[in-house]
Design a protein around this ligand. Structure first.
Ligand code: SAM
Ligand code: SF4
Length: 474
């Protein structure tokens, strides 16, 4: 839908959301339990229902909600966690978003764009850590047009190092026109991600100054519609938590999901992200914001999103501190990044991991991929580097029809084990290898109970991997 035809209207009705939140205060236990039952049946919730979950205060109901979120996560996604890393390509930006370290007027930031040679070096460093999936991130700048992005994607896919390669490239960048998206589709982009930042119109205009391209709320809001129209199957939505009331933003994410489902034959977003605003160099707006979200409320954000849209992937980034991640992952998270460096050139260059003068904000978790993998195993999960669905054409509507528990157990869990086995052989430290092998062994036992035939098939493929084969998937 073209923005001009909207005449100021779009699918986010601020007043309707505020009214719904107001009328949902003090919900009855019985009605909350009915909503829980609907989530348990893996049905997407309606705004009136999510609004009620957002108003739960009763500690027992909250505990029930967290337990249910864990259960839904486990049933739909199994106990696997998919790993990726962000790769910042360039931090030049023509916008002045008040909350962002890359904003145009921020003199404290050293501007840099990776050359194609530097990009190769960064990708090699990521491959040699064991990564298989990247998200490329760009400021909004004329230099970073669709052709430039397409070139960077191609270069990432072309990089090969020993047994390693990047098998899926996603993008987080400013919204484009359809022609631009088509160029990215042609070079094999995975997911295109756009965060609306805040769904609250007035707040959006307050933090995106007049004259900036980014100030066009609706160009951004419908940015993923255009991506889908251009042929990109997987799109990711998100809100930057801390700009406005967190309850409003969760409602905004739900309305966005429903809009995509209604517009594209039942297919919603592939992933939802909920970054919390983090401190950034020379950016006082952040510490002055009265909407920063506490850890306690953030836990509710994640559980309520899990219950509201059971089949959508959820991403928790390394913005969060290790202890927060450990607690929140089991509540519904399907993807995390690890070993992340967000200063431009940070993977190859920085010994410490920090290049504050080239970073958009400060990361909360700068542990190595190996360390995080080890912790995830200790939490009872299987790390996954799987990229099979996208490469086997199981995206968008195909993916949604497959994304059922049986599918997850027959494909995703198997591919998690196979890609994790590769990781252990090629990149893991001795300690992680030993913990990881035990985690795989435990999972093989689960396969055996499900179907001895499946166990045999997985063991055969694992043997091939041990003998040197790579990229074996089902
Ligand atoms: N420049 C493009 C844009 O704005 O659409 C690409 C994305 S920007 C580099 C990546 C995302 O980082 C933004 O969409 C925003 O949600 C998030 N971000 C910006 N400032 C942040 C901060 N201080 N803390 C955490 N996340 C932040
Ligand atoms: Fe630029 Fe994006 Fe940062 Fe805004 S959020 S200043 S558009 S990089």
């Amino acid at each position: 839908m073209g923005t001009n035809s909207l005449k100021g209207h779009d699918f986010i009705n601020d007043e309707e959301i505020l009214n719904l939140l107001e009328s949902s205060k003090n919900p009855e236990k019985a009605e909350i339990r009915e909503i829980f039952a609907k989530s348990k049946a893996k049905t997407r919730l309606e705004p009136e229902e999510t609004a009620k979950l957002l108003q739960i205060e009763d500690p027992d109901l909250l505990e029930e909600m967290f337990a249910l979120a864990r259960q839904i996560k486990e049933e739909i996604y199994g106990n696997r966690i998919v790993f990726f890393a962000p790769l910042y390509i360039g931090n030049k930006c023509q916008n002045n978003c008040l909350y962002c370290g890359f904003r145009r007027d921020n003199q404290a930031v050293e501007r840099k764009t990776l050359t194609m040679d530097e990009l190769q070096e960064e990708v090699n460093a990521l491959i040699s850590n064991g990564h298989k999936r990247l998200i490329l991130v760009y400021g909004e700048h004329p230099e970073y047009d669709a052709d430039f992005m397409a070139e960077t994607i191609k270069n990432v896919y072309d990089a090969k190092l020993n047994n390693g390669e990047i098998r899926r490239v996603n993008i987080n960048a400013a919204p484009m026109d359809i022609e631009g998206y088509k160029k990215l589709h042609e070079v094999g982009i995975g997911t295109f991600q756009i965060f609306q930042e805040t769904y609250h119109h007035d707040t959006y205009y307050k933090i995106h100054p007049k004259g900036d391209l980014k100030r066009d709320y609706q160009w951004r809001l419908y940015g993923l519609d255009r991506a889908i129209e251009a042929g990109i199957d997987d799109v990711g939505i998100g809100a930057l938590f801390g700009l406005y009331d967190w309850k409003f933003e969760v409602m905004g994410l739900l309305y966005h999901t429903i809009h995509l489902e209604n517009t594209f034959g039942g297919i919603g977003p592939h992933t939802i992200s909920f970054p919390r605003m983090e401190p950034a160099i020379n950016t006082p707006f952040i510490s002055n914001s009265k909407y920063r979200v506490s850890d306690e409320d953030f836990k509710k954000v994640i559980a309520i999103i899990r219950l509201s849209v059971p089949y959508t992937g959820m991403i928790l980034t390394a913005r969060e501190k290790p202890e927060v991640r450990k607690e929140l992952i089991p509540l519904g998270i399907s993807q995390i990044d690890a070993g992340s460096r967000i200063g431009i050139g940070g993977y190859k260059e920085a010994e410490t991991g920090y290049i504050p003068e080239r970073e958009q904000f400060q990361l909360g978790d700068i542990r190595s991929l190996d360390e995080v993998i080890r912790e995830v195993c200790e939490l009872g999960c299987i790390p996954s580097f799987c990229t099979a669905c996208y490469r086997a054409g199981r995206t968008g509507d195909h993916f949604m029809s497959f994304a059922k528990p049986g599918f997850v157990h027959n494909y995703c869990m198997v591919n998690a084990v196979l890609t994790f086995k590769e990781y252990l052989l090629d990149y893991a430290s001795k300690e992680t290898k030993s913990i990881g092998e035990k985690a795989i062994y435990k999972q093989l036992d689960v396969f055996k109970k499900q179907n001895p035939e499946k166990l045999r098939m997985v063991e055969e493929k694992m043997k091939l991997i041990e003998e040197g084969a790579r990229d074996a998937y089902v």
